[in-house]
Ligand binder design. Structure first.
Ligand SMILES: [Zn+2]
Length: 243
């Protein structure tokens, strides 16, 4: 079982994520957009972050790439790679679509730009990943994944969003945990997925300011502790494709 984590946008609060991940000896992937967050990491702070964690591109202006002209799209995709490589002095090989929005043309441009893979915002994927330019996640750290009225409602919630649910996880009795919120859900999934093989990937992602606004730092810390106790192998997003 592999655990990978990714954190979007480059808000100043990402430094709190860095502190927590580092405390558990975990390297994460930070997808940074140049202008998006009102309180964002300076280039100096990005360099500090890059010394410990992986930096991925997340465009310049965080726009819907499917609605841009070819030139504008190229500026967002190639421009963000060039910018972060200038800032960090390292190759930037991972990309993340703003709002999770992409189409075949966007994917092609990301591949042509020299990225190794790209992450979406699809949830409940557990690997192995079929399409390296449409990497799903497993779970978003987000306050709305709480207290669904019933297990049946939750299944409807998943189906209504066209969410992938790995067939090997389907028999698990996870419904009760889902009702208690994302952190219980994550723990239950992790415990169950531990018995699966190394092609399975638990991919946690989120936004630092959402963790902050919803007062979820304590629960997030507890989850990292839990992951460490399980003895999962932690990889950055890019390390999943290091072959
Ligand atoms: Zn974003």
């Amino acid at each position: 079982m592999i655990v990978t984590t990714s954190w979007d946008d480059g808000d100043i609060l990402d430094e709190r994520l860095v502190e927590l991940l580092s405390r558990y000896g975990m390297r994460g992937t930070f997808y940074i957009s140049r202008t998006y967050r009102p309180r964002r990491l300076s280039e100096d702070r990005i360099r500090v972050l890059a010394a410990k964690h992986e930096i991925g591109a997340h465009t310049i202006n965080h726009l819907d790439l499917t609605r841009l002209s070819d030139d504008a799209r190229k500026n967002e995709i190639v421009g963000s790679k060039n910018w972060l490589e200038d800032v960090t002095g390292d190759a930037v090989t991972m990309f993340c679509y703003p709002f999770g929005l992409f189409d075949a043309e966007v994917k092609q441009m990301v591949a042509t730009a020299g990225f190794r893979a790209a992450r979406t915002t699809c949830q409940f994927g557990i690997g192995p990943y079929r399409d390296r330019f449409a990497m799903p996640t497993t779970l978003q750290v987000h306050p709305t994944l709480v207290r669904r009225a019933s297990a049946r409602d939750f299944r409807q919630y998943l189906l209504g969003r066209g969410l992938h649910w790995g067939s090997r996880l389907a028999p698990l009795r996870i419904t009760g945990a889902m009702l208690l919120g994302w952190s219980h859900f994550a723990e239950t999934l992790l415990k169950a997925a531990r018995t699966l093989d190394d092609s399975n990937i638990f991919h946690l992602w989120g936004h630092s300011w959402e963790i902050d606004a919803a007062g979820m730092w304590g629960r997030f810390d507890a989850l990292l502790n839990f992951i460490q106790q399980l003895g999962c192998r932690v990889r950055t997003n890019g390390e999943l494709w290091s072959d």
